[in-house]
Every structure is written in C-alpha cells, then in structure tokens.
Design a protein around this ligand. Structure first.
Ligand SMILES: CC(=O)N[C@H]1[C@@H](OP(=O)(O)OP(=O)(O)OC[C@H]2O[C@@H](n3ccc(=O)[nH]c3=O)[C@H](O)[C@@H]2O)O[C@H](CO)[C@@H](O)[C@@H]1O
Ligand SMILES: C=C(OP(=O)(O)O)C(=O)O
Length: 436
C-alpha cells in the first residue's frame, strides 16, 4: 500500500497542464477493437487504469506501438478470442471499470463479448443493466453466471433497433454505440449520455466510417456499416483533473494557471466553482485562478435559501467533482448542501474531514451539509486512507491546506486516475513525498 506524506499550509504557484482524460481514454481504447486497421491515439494519460486497459488489449493480441509520450498506434488485425475464455482474463478484466466497454466492440465485430464483474471505485451499486439491455435490443443473447459474476453476450448478426435507455449511463451508451455502428440497419438510442467524452468517441467512430448523427444530444441515430477503418484521435484534457486543480488553488489560497483546458468542453464546471465564490478567469484556453487572499463567499439562491450543489447526467454537474466541491466548501465563507444523487457510498469519506476539524453534517448517504470556516480555523493534519479516486484527491487537497504533516495511505486509488500527481504538485511548490 503506497503512502503520501504531505506538509500542509504552503502556497502553490505556477501553471499546471491537465493530463489527457481518463474516462475518454477508456472508451477510445476499447474502440480500437472495431477495426483491423491502424488507430493512432495521442494525449493518453499514463495512469494505472489506462495502462491496465492497454495491457488487456495486448493480451488480446492487439499490436501496440509506442510513438512517444502519451501516443500509441494500435492494430487489432489478429485478435485472440481464446483469451476471453481464459482464467487470466477473469483477473485482468475485473481490474478496472472501463474494461466493460470491450464487450460492445467484440460483440459487433466477432459475435461475442464476455466480461467478469468490472472493478473501479467502490462508491455504491454500479449496475450494468443498461449495457446488456441495449445489446439484447440489438439481438444479442445474454448469459450471466451468478457464481463467478461473469457476463456474456453473443449474436451471429446484430440488427439495429430503437431503444429508450433506462438511465443515461456513460459507459453503457458508449458500449451500445460501439455495438450499433456495425449492426445491420438503423439504431436510435434515446436518453443517451452525451458528455464530451462520448461526443469524442462518436466523432472518432464517424472518422472511422461510422454513421452517427445527433452527437452531443440525448438522441443518437446510427446507421450500421459493414466495416470500420483506421483513424487518429487526440484525447481532451481531463475535466475532473481541471476541477481538482481549481479546488486546490482556492483552498490553498494559491495563484494557479491551468493550461489548455478546452474551455468549451467544461460545461457548467466553471460556474459551479463560481457559486462557491471562487474566481475562475478565462485566459484564452487557460484557466487562471488568482490568489483568494480574503477567502471565497458562497452564494445563496436568489430567494436567499442555502445553495445546493448536486450531480446530474451531462450537461448537469459531474458526480466525480462533488467530493472536490465538498472539501473546498469546508473553508468557504457560508454554508451549502452537497447532494450526491448518483452514488450511494461516495460521501462517507467526510468522516476524515470531520477528524481534521471540518464542520460537516452527513445528513444521509447522499447529502452532506458543509459549514465553511472562512479560513478562521485551519484543518489539522491527520493520517487517513484514500477510499476512492476522487475522495483521495479531496483528502490530498485538505492535507495541502492543513496545518502540519498528513499521511495518506492507499494512494493506488489516486494513481488510478492522476498522472504522477506528486511530481506535478511538487513542481508548483507542494511539499508532498511518496513513501513506499
Ligand atoms: C469509466 C467511467 O467513465 N466512469 C464514469 C462513468 O461511470 P459509469 O458509466 O459506470 O456510470 P453510469 O453513467 O452508468 O452511472 C453512474 C451512476 O449514476 C446512476 N445514474 C446514472 C444515470 C442516470 O440518469 N441516473 C442515475 O442515477 C447510475 O445508477 C449509477 O449508479 O460515469 C459516471 C457518471 O458520470 C462517473 O462517475 C464515472 O467516473
Ligand atoms: C468513479 C470514477 O472512476 P471509475 O468509473 O473508473 O471507477 C471516477 O473517475 O471518478
């Protein structure tokens, strides 16, 4: 179990460049299975989850060539389907959440796709019904082995269909889209997830020869094609990382520039931080956060009632940034309610913040009220364990702002999604060291 030691209370300064998006990378990498031709992908983040998926592709026999930092060429012209039935696949496939998205491409191109219960954050129930109901609508037969939690779909041919998804699942929509592009005839997916990473996937598939319209909306129309060809694709900057750095800057009263954020793909993220009273300045395609010498004042609603920040499917606020909002709120001037609607166990980490002196009431598993200190009292350093990727970074931000030296264990959770976070934070002045 890896550990970070963090000496808090130091201001940071400088600029930081966001890594390529983790959750986009997981979709895009699975899409290379759809064609025997070469696919060149750049701005791939060097993080544990992505590397696990690249390793999985390698075990399928996909030819992989590293072109340089973050850039690879993939060619799935000789896919080894025996791996799907191996014991090794059961272990490799369950190592991350994103592996679920190999099922759609494999089903579409080879007539079968299997997956053990995928991994990822333990943040509550994470069902896969939307994925498999979608495949069944396209004509696939579904099998589920309850004993070893092994899922499978098979079909000689897939046939386009109309479907209304029971929820706008991100990985579910990506999976169904990747199956439907090679199905016979037309597919309509209503209540589709439409976040920028999905738009990126659809645009890439269209460059490969797919016929998808409605990209960016919650209704996708797909006209199946017989085959797809190669392409090249560049990943967007990671919006969850960008949000994490906004929160970090405000909470440590630091002046930071976040470079090349692809502003137009950030949706409501900047305005949600502004509701906390944080100044988020646009400078070209960079974000500049000035030093918040006098803290930040939480806004209330127009009628004077207490601000609520909650998550919702895109273009709503992403659930992955609520833990960051929560930690930043602990030093705000004012109170707010955090309502995590999607996940059931994502707020339990507030116990650690309460230990550090934060004023938080966990109302129930989905809601927490935060009463900000307005920097009138510091959080106190402590020893903690990172429960999930975003809670881990929130605790890291808390530790960087706190008085004294904190210890965070289980930093593998953070490494799952943040590239060389210790080195990049050191470069802007953070006192953080990795202890193995
Ligand atoms: C690898 C990857 O890309 N992971 C992301 C992906 O996970 P993932 O694709 O697994 O998440 P889903 O979009 O399927 O759903 C997330 C949760 O929200 C609930 N839900 C979803 C849609 C909806 O309309 N109503 C609703 O309540 C689901 O029941 C589930 O509990 O999307 C999540 C939601 O943005 C993010 O937190 C994850 O970081
Ligand atoms: C929940 C997350 O990741 P995953 O879906 O991979 O567990 C996340 O990125 O915040």
């Amino acid at each position: 179990m890896g550990t970070f030691k963090i000496e808090g209370g130091h201001k940071l300064k400088g600029s930081i460049t966001p890594q390529g998006a983790k959750n986009e990378a997981l979709q895009i990498l699975c899409a290379v299975l759809l064609t025997p031709e070469k696919v060149v992908i750049s701005n791939i983040p060097d993080i544990v989850d992505v590397n696990k998926l690249i390793n999985l592709l390698e075990n399928f026999g996909v030819k992989i060539q590293k072109n340089g930092q973050g850039s690879y060429t993939f060619q799935a012209d000789d896919v080894n389907l025996e791996y799907l039935e191996s014991e090794r696949f059961k272990v490799d496939g369950s190592g991350l959440r994103g592996s679920i998205m190999i099922v759609g491409p494999l089903l579409a191109r080879f007539g079968k796709g299997y997956i053990p219960k995928p991994g990822g954050d333990k943040i509550g129930r994470r069902r896969l019904d939307t994925h498999f109901e979608g495949f069944m609508k396209l004509g696939a037969k579904f099998r589920f082995n309850k004993e070893d939690h092994f899922y499978g779909v098979e079909a000689k041919t897939l046939k386009g269909a109309y479907m209304l998804l029971d929820e706008a699942s991100v990985t579910g929509t990506a999976n169904i889209v990747m199956a439907a592009v090679l199905a016979e005839g037309k597919t309509t997916i209503y209540n589709a997830a439409c976040e920028p990473y999905l738009q990126q996937l659809c645009k890439m598939l269209n460059r490969m020869g797919a016929k998808i319209t409605g990209v960016g909306s919650n209704m996708l129309h797909i006209e199946g094609v017989k085959e797809l060809g190669g392409t090249s694709h560049r990943m967007l900057p990671d919006m969850i990382e960008i949000g994490s750095w906004i929160g970090l800057a405000a909470m440590t009263k630091s002046e930071l520039t976040i470079k090349g954020v692809s502003w137009d793909d950030l949706g409501v993220i900047p305005s949600v931080f502004r509701k906390l009273g944080i100044t988020v300045e646009r400078q070209g395609d960079d974000i500049h956060i000035p030093e918040h010498k006098d803290g930040y004042n939480v806004q209330s609603f127009i009628d004077g009632s207490i601000l609520t920040i909650s998550d919702a499917p895109w273009p709503g606020f992403t659930p992955d940034l609520l833990s960051i909002i929560l930690v930043v709120a602990t030093q705000a001037n004012g109170s707010l309610l955090i309502h995590q609607k999607m996940f059931e166990s994502r707020l339990f980490f507030v116990d650690k913040l309460i230990d550090m002196g934060a004023k938080i009431i966990l109302c129930d598993p989905h809601r927490a009220t935060v009463i900000g200190h307005d920097f009138k009292s510091d959080l106190q350093a402590t020893t903690m364990t990172s429960p999930d990727i975003r809670a881990g970074v929130s605790l890291l931000i808390a530790a960087l702002s706190a008085k004294g030296t904190s210890t965070i264990h289980n930093i593998e959770q953070i490494d799952r999604g943040y590239e060389r976070i210790d080195e990049r934070l050191q470069a802007i002045g953070a006192k953080i060291i990795r202890v193995d």
